[in-house]
Design a protein around this ligand. Structure first.
Ligand code: SAM
Length: 480
C-alpha cells in the first residue's frame, strides 16, 4: 500500500522526519511511530523518480544530499504483510509538505475506511511479496547490472531489487498475465531511475531466452547477473473470482494465467478422457482418491458438466481427504484445484524448460533464485540445481525422496572417525544456510554452486502477516 502526499517545494533540511505513519484512531497527531517489523519496508518515490532509497525507521527518512524535492507528488510505499489493524493516518512534520491532501482521490482508489485516512490516498498492495528480505539478501553482496524478474506479479520483488541496486543498467520483467503486467508496469516506471533501462514484457517465462534477446540482446552474450522466479499465483489472481483460481469464490472454471491461451479447466473437466483427468489428479494434485474423483467428474458430464468453481467444489465435496499439514487442515478442493491449474498452464514442463534456459543466461557468478509453493515445483528446482552442481546422481539415487540429498561436504570421508565427522558437520551447520562447494572440491563437470543447502522458508512473523508464505521455499544457485 502507499500513502500519497504533495510537496510544496520543500527544502532539503525539511526532508528529515517528513511524515509519520501512525495507527491511532483517537489522536489527530502522531504520538508514536509504529514498531517496524522485519517484514515491513518503506521507501519513498516521487514523480521524478526515487527520492530516498532507505527508510531509517518506518516513515522517517532523509533525502540524499544531491536531491531536492520540487513541487510534486510523492508516494511513501509500504511493503508490509497486512494493513495495520486499526485505521492509520499520515502526519507531516514539515509545514511545506502536505501528506494527503483532502480530495476525491480517496474514493477513486476505493478507500474502504474513509475515517481512517482523512485526506490520504491509500491502496493496499494487491500482492505481498514473499521471502522478500531473504531474496534481497542473496543479491545484496554484489553489483547487479542486469536482472530478470520472470514473474513480476505486483512488482513487489522487482521494485525492491530496483531500489536496492541503483547500479542496475538493465532490468527485464515478465508476466504472462496482462492484469499483473499492467499493475507492475506503472509501479516500476514510477520508481525506476532514468539510469536503468526497463523492459517489461508480457510473455511466458518459458520464452526467457527469446524475450531477453528481444529486450537487450547483449545480455544473451554477456550474461545476466540475477534472475528471480516467484512461481505460482498472485493474490490478485486468487482474488479475482472470474479467473477461476479460487475454490472460495464462485467463478468460471478457467484457471488460465494467460487469458489468451486456449486450454481452460472447463475443457479438461468436460472434454478430457477420464484416464487423463485421473492422471492429472494423481500426478499434479497428489490426490489420494484420484480414480474415484475422476469418475465423479466424468459422470457429471451426463448432467451438463462442470462450468464453475462452485460446481467443481460441490462435486469434490467429501470425496477427497484434506491432508492435514503441520497444524492446519487442507481444504478438500486444494489438490484438485492445484492439479487443474498445473495442467491448464503446463506449469511443470514450463518450469523445467525455463530453469535450464535461465541458468544458461546467467553470467559467471550470476545467481538464480526460485521460490516454489508446492512439492512438485520444489522437487524440479532441487533436482535441477543439484544436477547443475554436479550432484545430480545423488538425487537420482535418492529417488526424489523427501530426505535432503547429502551434499559432498556432508558425506562420509574415508578414515574419518564418527566424532570428527560429527564435529565437522556441526561446524558446517553453524555456518548457516549457505554452503559453497567452490572453496572446497568443486565437482568435476559441475556448472553451479547451490547456495541453499536446505530451502529457505518463511519465519513465523512473515507467516502470521502473510499466510501465503507458509508453503514458500526459496532455493538459490550461483553459476560458476
Ligand atoms: C507469485 S506471483 C509473483 C509476485 C511478485 N514476485 C511480486 O512480488 O509481486 C506469480 C506471478 O507469476 C506469473 N506467472 C506464472 N507463471 C508464469 C509464466 N509461466 N510466465 C510468466 N509469468 C508467470 C503469474 O501471472 C503471477 O503474476
Amino acid at each position: 500500500m502507499y500513502l500519497q502526499g504533495y510537496s510544496n517545494g520543500i527544502q532539503r533540511s525539511h526532508l528529515t522526519n517528513l511524515a509519520y505513519l501512525f495507527t491511532s484512531r483517537a489522536s489527530s497527531r502522531p504520538t508514536h511511530l509504529p514498531v517496524l517489523s522485519r517484514n515491513v519496508a518503506a521507501w519513498v518515490s516521487s514523480d521524478s523518480g526515487l527520492l530516498a532509497g532507505e527508510s531509517r525507521s518506518c516513515l522517517q527518512w532523509r533525502a540524499p544530499k544531491e536531491r531536492r524535492l520540487g513541487c510534486e507528488r510523492f508516494r511513501i510505499w509500504l511493503n508490509c504483510g497486512a494493513r495495520p489493524a486499526s485505521p492509520w493516518r499520515a502526519w507531516s512534520t514539515s509545514s511545506r509538505t502536505t501528506v494527503g491532501e483532502v480530495g476525491d482521490e480517496q474514493a477513486e482508489v476505493g478507500c474502504e475506511d474513509k475515517e481512517g485516512g482523512v485526506g490520504v490516498e491509500k491502496k493496499e498492495a494487491p500482492h505481498v511479496a514473499v521471502l522478500l528480505n531473504e531474496v534481497l539478501a542473496k543479491f545484496r553482496d554484489r553489483r547487479i547490472l542486469s536482472f530478470v524478474d520472470c514473474t513480476l506479479g505486483a512488482a513487489g520483488h522487482a521494485s525492491a531489487i530496483l531500489r536496492e541496486h541503483p547500479e542496475l543498467e538493465s532490468f527485464i520483467g515478465f508476466d504472462v498475465d496482462p492484469v499483473a503486467h499492467s499493475e507492475a508496469k506503472p509501479r516500476l516506471q514510477a520508481m525506476a531511475s532514468s539510469d536503468v533501462q526497463l523492459h517489461l514484457v508480457l510473455t511466458n517465462f518459458r520464452n526467457i531466452k527469446k524475450a531477453v534477446n528481444g529486450a537487450d540482446a547483449k545480455l544473451v552474450h554477456e550474461g545476466v547477473n540475477g534472475i528471480l522466479m516467484d512461481l505460482g499465483m498472485s493474490s490478485m489472481q486468487v482474488d479475482m473470482a472470474e479467473r477461476g483460481f479460487s475454490f472460495m469464490k464462485d467463478g468460471p472454471a478457467d484457471m488460465r494465467m494467460d487469458p489468451s491461451a486456449s486450454l481452460t479447466a472447463e475443457e479438461i473437466l468436460n472434454k478430457w478422457p477420464e484416464a487423463e483427468v485421473a492422471r492429472i489428479l494423481r500426478d499434479y494434485g497428489e490426490e489420494k482418491r484420484w480414480k474415484h474423483l475422476a469418475r465423479k467428474i466424468v459422470d457429471k458430464r451426463l448432467a451438463g458438466g462442470i462450468h464453475s468453481t462452485s460446481e467443481l467444489v460441490k462435486v469434490i465435496g467429501g470425496n477427497t481427504f484434506g491432508r492435514p499439514g503441520k497444524g492446519k487442515a487442507v481444504h478438500p478442493a486444494t489438490r484438485t484445484f492445484q492439479a487443474l491449474r498445473i495442467a491448464v498452464n503446463d506449469e511443470l514442463r514450463t518450469l523445467e524448460t525455463a530453469l535450464a534456459d535461465a541458468f544458461d543466461l546467467l553470467a559467471p557468478k550470476g545467481r538464480l533464485a526460485v521460490i516454489s509453493f508446492h512439492s512438485l515445483e520444489d522437487r524440479i528446482v532441487k533436482r535441477f540445481f543439484l544436477k547443475a552442481a554436479g550432484i545430480g546422481q545423488a538425487v537420482e539415487d535418492n529417488e526424489m525422496g523427501s530426505e535432503p540429498v547429502t551434499a559432498p561436504e556432508y558425506r562420509h570421508i574415508p578414515g574419518e572417525t564418527r566424532h570428527s565427522r560429527y564435529t565437522r558437520r556441526k561446524h558446517l551447520d553453524k555456518q548457516g544456510d549457505d554452503f559453497s562447494l567452490r572453496d572446497k572440491n568443486v565437482l568435476e563437470g559441475s556448472i553451479g554452486v547451490v547456495l541453499t543447502k536446505r530451502p529457505i522458508v518463511a519465519e513465523a512473523d512473515e507467516i502470521n502477516t502473510n499466510p501465503r508464505s507458509r508453503s514458500a521455499k526459496l532455493r538459490v544457485i550461483e553459476k560458476i
